[in-house]
Design a binder for this molecule. Structure first.
Ligand code: IDP
Ligand code: MG
Length: 170
């Protein structure tokens, strides 16, 4: 039977080394329709309950220049102009979530790009119907997450949890 202790101290000690894979980060944004429909709390709740750690969050009304950079890989798509118009139609909640498999698991939690193909239980499966109003963005790879995080956030807007001066209270 495990005692919950290791030679180095309690297994869950906040001072135990954090493995690099537990520090994976993804960029999540609640799109203008998600904000307008009052889904901010519901979406944050899902990521918190899953166990991911909120590293950064801000409400921002993005300009077209930022969005064109964010969606640069889609600029040849016929829906690109309407996508930029949609995304710049109001404030979005931009966030960085951290934890093991944050990118891949985040995408599973979102569901498919087209809500019609998204299973119940996923965010898009539960809260939206059409692809051009699909309420949430999530990075599709670790590499694009790094690019998106640096596009939307300055380094000093990301919280550092470790090394910590004070232990978590739980
Ligand atoms: P993703 O958001 O699931 O990563 P992407 O293919 O990267 O999907 O597309 C970015 C966004 O562009 C989608 O979330 C959606 O808002 C929009 N979009 C994608 N495909 C279409 C389409 O066929 N018509 C209209 N909008 C689309
Ligand atoms: Mg994408």
């Amino acid at each position: 039977m495990g005692s919950g202790l290791s030679a180095a101290g309690p297994v869950s000690s906040p001072f135990s080394p954090i493995m690099a894979d537990q520090k994976e980060r993804t960029f999540i944004a609640i799109k203008p329709d998600g904000v307008q429909r009052g889904l901010i709390g519901e979406i944050i709740k899902r990521f918190e309950q899953k166990g991911f750690k909120l590293v950064a969050m801000k409400m921002v009304h993005p300009c077209q220049d930022l969005l064109q950079q964010h969606y640069a890989d889609l600029k040849e798509k016929p829906f690109f102009p309407s996508l930029i118009e949609y995304m710049s139609s109001g404030p979005v909640v931009a966030m960085v979530w951290e934890g093991k498999g944050a990118v891949k698991t985040g995408r599973v939690m979102l569901g498919e790009t087209d809500p019609a193909n998204s299973k119940p239980g996923t965010i898009r499966g539960d809260f939206c119907i059409v692809v051009d109003r699909n309420i949430i963005h999530g990075s599709d790879s670790v590499e694009s997450a790094k690019k998106e995080i640096s596009l939307w956030f300055k380094d000093d807007e990301l919280v550092l949890y470790t090394p910590c001066a004070h232990a978590w209270l739980y």
